[in-house]
Design a protein around this ligand. Structure first.
Ligand SMILES: Nc1ncnc2c1ncn2[C@@H]1O[C@H](COP(=O)(O)OP(=O)(O)OP(=O)(O)O)[C@@H](O)[C@H]1O
Length: 343
């Protein structure tokens, strides 16, 4: 478990004070994949650097498995470092050393016997799918392969926590997917807690259990990925969610609605849980004698749960529309007026 309690980080830049973190309270439970998202300058790197002991909080504490890491003795720091693996956007490999040597590095530093190193590096390279690349140099490999070496190196000391600093930001979408699959495998098979920072909401959607949104050094929203994606509260969170959950009407259709004039009753309906599989729209149309014009729709999966999103024009008697909306709200669905689309 990682706990941030009132974490503040202030940098001194000449005479200027830069408040990178302003009282962060977050708890990452053991075995969780926790994502922190924010735009550039939000404070993500500063946050992750307080966990790997590269920065000390100006105020507040960071606890790993209940222990405040700022009060550790140098011996405890060495032990704690072994318990925290880290991977980086630009991999941070030693280009003059072989793949084998890069992965072996943390074990060499920990004075591990040579035969043990050989055995462990072999099994790590097998785990990340690079068993046949041990004698190559990083420059001879692709970005995805380099990140796999980074991951093998991070796992060498059997950490219980893995920190990922924009680990897929330099990779193409297909390679990103394979690295995210590998991270999920590490989490599930070894119960390693993963804390990742990213500016890509797709990464959060793909593998995280929980998410926190960071803005100007503060957590402005946090929760389960399902809750935050289906009901984002803050404008910044809504922007991030929109970047991956395309639920906007095509401009030509929007124009058509506006050109038609009149009062449109256009609503956004979100289906969760049991309501996803039900023929709610046709039932409502029949029962309340309404025409329902589906303008947009998609069904996706979040954390293994189906989630549907429809934008629907209700055509018919106003009082019947109101009754229909009340009936939809009674099921596992939420309805809100899509005001932007009305003329
Ligand atoms: N060592 C430092 N000295 C002075 N200011 C710093 C230092 N490190 C970060 N900052 C400042 O702190 C703020 C937060 O930076 P940080 O790198 O933590 O954000 P970030 O969300 O990781 O951004 P990016 O995605 O661009 O890396 C920024 O205003 C940055 O300029």
């Amino acid at each position: 478990m990682i706990q941030f309690e009132g974490v503040t980080k202030t940098y001194q830049s000449g005479k200027q004070e830069i408040h990178a973190l302003n009282g962060i309270d977050l708890t990452v439970e053991t075995g969780e994949i926790f994502g922190v998202i924010g735009f550039s300058g939000a404070g993500k790197s500063s946050l992750i650097r307080t966990v790997n002991l590269l920065e000390r909080p100006t105020k507040g504490s960071v606890k790993i498995h209940g222990k405040d890491i700022s009060t550790l003795s140098s011996k405890e720091i060495r032990t704690t470092r072994k318990d925290i693996g880290m991977i980086f956007q630009h991999f941070n490999l030693l280009n003059s050393k072989t793949v084998f040597h890069n992965v072996a590095m943390p074990l060499i530093l920990a004075n591990t016997p040579k035969d043990k190193i050989k055995e462990q590096v072999k099994s790590l390279l097998e785990f990340v799918g690079l068993a046949d690349q041990a004698q190559k140099y990083p420059d001879q490999l692709s970005g995805g392969q380099k990140q796999r070496i980074g991951i093998a190196r991070a796992l060498a000391t059997n950490p219980s926590v893995l920190l990922c600093d924009e680990a897929t930001s330099a990779l193409d979408p297909q390679t990103t997917q394979s690295i995210l699959d590998l991270l999920r495998k590490i989490n599930r098979e070894y119960n390693i807690t993963i804390l990742l920072i990213t500016h890509e909401m797709g990464v959060i959607r793909e593998i995280c259990d929980k998410v926190a949104v960071l803005e100007a050094g503060k957590v402005i929203e946090q929760g389960s990925v399902f809750d935050v994606f289906t009901n984002p509260q803050q404008p910044t969170t809504q922007r991030f969610v929109r970047s991956v959950m395309n639920d906007e009407l095509p401009p030509a259709l929007m124009q058509q609605i506006q050109d038609a004039g009149g009062n449109h009753s256009i609503y956004r309906i979100q289906f969760h849980g049991n309501s996803v599989g039900r023929p709610l729209i046709s039932q409502v149309s029949r029962e309340f004698n309404l025409d329902l014009n589906v303008l947009f729709g998609n069904i996706t999966e979040l954390q293994g749960k189906p989630y549907g999103n429809l934008i629907v024009e209700f055509i018919g008697d106003r009082s019947e529309i109101n009754r229909a909306l009340a009936a939809i709200r009674q099921s596992d669905a939420t309805v809100e007026e899509a005001e932007n689309y009305a003329s």
